[in-house]
Design a protein around this ligand. Structure first.
Ligand code: NAG
Ligand code: NAG
Ligand code: NAG
Ligand code: NAG
Ligand code: NAG
Ligand code: NAG
Ligand code: NAG
Ligand code: NAG
Ligand code: NAG
Ligand code: NAG
Length: 389
């Protein structure tokens, strides 16, 4: 190798990370962009147990005769395997972490290499959700832990978990590997492990009555760059147990009742399990109960109690007797009618007298000639008619 090439190599080596510096010994290249080779496909994403696939490494030099060797190196555990071929065939059943590298020996350049960005992925065997407390009955406002288990998935570092409550999403939390007790164990390190592992995601939720019957689901997502593979769990139905609350919109604290008219008191309560409705009132009251509705006729206190396994709640209703004003109003109207009739009769009697007098004065022709239609005080319409004729 010429001196000029060594200087070039050195300058390249100085720009790369310390991790790679050992490669700069001798004639190794380290900066992949300088190596005149290309790999197809790259990146390479292969599904577990899919058909045999391969990656091909070829030189991009103008003069192919300068290419002395092109070969692949892969890792199998601690062992490095060289395959003296431009094509590397993937074992889709086992090549979880082969770290494939294509190496080229080129006249005038030396030895250089290029990494293949390779991923062997496996979709999970199952994605399932369960309550850690082993109960699907949960008290309102109690904390509940839900776990999503993703079994046998690879690679774990490309996995994310999305939680759903109904159709709304919940912020996912940190993933944990199942059955991993040694923190130092490299097979428990997400960034390192490539072979299939089981992973869990746990969330802590607090549920209230609005969440009754809501379904929780979790979704495993494998982000493979070009595509994102999703796998959804079956929904988990949670039953929220909550104490009854009486709807006071339908049942105010005080209710007026008219003497002799029945009034219906509607007691409805929201609770789970569905509450029973009981009415309590002194036994001397006349009333009638059906389906939570109480028909009352008398004033007094009536207590509605809603009760379920969780709790009970009471709502006291005061029924107030209202005077029935209808007869009074009818009497008032009758009196008014009589009074008005009397006034009219009185006015008519005055009018009657007036017309009699005027008929008498018409008989005087002088008055009629002089005044013409002057004598109109509203009551003597016939007067001008007389004049015209
Ligand atoms: C590379 O492998 C393929 C298939 O195994 C074979 O046909 C080809 O001859 C090999 N090439 C070299 C240079 O060994
Ligand atoms: C579920 O378990 C957690 C801790 O294990 C506890 O804090 C929580 O109260 C439990 N929730 C229910 C509903 O039992
Ligand atoms: C969820 O569904 C409800 C009706 O079931 C709808 O009103 C709401 O907009 C939906 N929310 C989202 C984020 O899709
Ligand atoms: C690391 O963990 C795996 C699985 O949990 C176990 O099979 C392996 O023996 C552990 N290795 C060490 C060195 O503890
Ligand atoms: C794990 O590693 C830490 C340092 O990284 C060390 O202090 C600790 O003793 C190790 N634990 C085991 C069980 O090897
Ligand atoms: C129930 O919880 C949700 C949030 O989880 C909250 O937005 C809502 O106001 C709560 N409803 C009641 C009645 O507490
Ligand atoms: C490997 O390819 C993926 C896309 O498939 C990309 O997101 C990632 O950054 C690449 N890694 C490296 C080290 O180039
Ligand atoms: C969950 O609820 C849905 C409807 O709300 C029902 O179709 C489904 O069978 C329920 N699943 C279970 C396991 O009870
Ligand atoms: C109470 O009853 C009213 C009238 O029917 C209804 O509009 C309201 O939604 C009910 N409130 C509750 C909490 O059920
Ligand atoms: C109704 O409830 C009130 C207040 O709790 C109580 O004082 C009263 O004795 C109750 N009446 C009946 C008939 O239970």
């Amino acid at each position: 190798m010429k001196a000029g090439n060594s200087v070039r190599l050195l300058s390249v080596c100085l720009t790369v990370t310390a991790e790679l510096l050992w490669l700069c010994n001798g004639t190794y290249f380290s900066a992949t962009q300088v190596c005149p080779i290309t790999i197809t496909p790259n990146p390479m994403v292969v599904q577990y147990k899919s058909r045999v696939q391969s990656a091909t490494c070829s030189s991009t030099t103008n003069n192919p005769t300068n290419v002395q060797y092109i070969y692949w190196e892969t890792q199998h555990g601690a062992q490095t395997i060289q395959s003296l071929n431009e094509t590397w065939f993937v074992d889709t059943h086992a090549d979880w972490d082969p770290r494939p590298v294509c190496t080229a020996v080129i006249k005038g350049i030396g030895t250089c290499y290029m990494n293949l960005n390779y991923t062997l992925y496996k979709t999970p065997d199952s994605v399932s959700i369960h309550a850690l407390n082993n109960t699907e009955l949960v008290m309102e406002d109690a904390e509940l832990q839900l776990q999503c288990a993703i079994v046998n998935v690879a690679p774990a570092h490309k996995l994310t978990v999305q939680w759903y409550r109904g159709n709304e999403t919940i912020e996912p939390d940190v993933l944990q590997m199942i059955d991993c007790w040694h923190e130092n164990n490299s097979s428990c390190n997400f960034a390192e492990v490539r072979s299939p592992v089981s992973v869990s995601s746990t969330i802590s939720v607090s549920l209230n009555r609005t969440h009754h019957g809501v379904q929780f689901r979790c979704e495993a997502q494998l982000d493979l760059g070009a595509e994102r593979i999703r796998m959804m769990s079956k929904p988990l139905n949670l039953t929220v147990l909550y104490k009854p609350i009486i709807n006071t919109t339908k049942l105010p604290k005080t209710i007026p009742v008219f003497q002799g008219y029945p009034e219906e008191l509607v007691c409805e309560a929201d609770g789970h399990p569905p509450p029973k409705i009981l009415w309590l009132y002194s036994s001397d009251k006349v009333s009638h109960v059906s389906e939570g509705k109480l028909t009352v006729y008398e004033a007094g206190f009536y207590n509605c109690t809603a009760i379920n396994d969780i709790d009970s709640t009471i709502h006291v209703v005061e029924v107030i007797l209202k005077e029935d004003y209808l007869p009074l109003i009818a009497g008032f109207v009758a009196i008014t009618v009589v009074v008005i009739s009397a006034i009219f009769l009185f006015i008519y009697s005055i009018y009657y007298k007036n017309t009699k007098m005027r008929r008498y004065s018409l008989k005087n022709p002088k008055l009629s000639n002089h005044n013409g239609n002057v004598a109109h005080n509203g009551w003597d319409l016939p007067l001008p008619m007389t004049k015209l004729t």
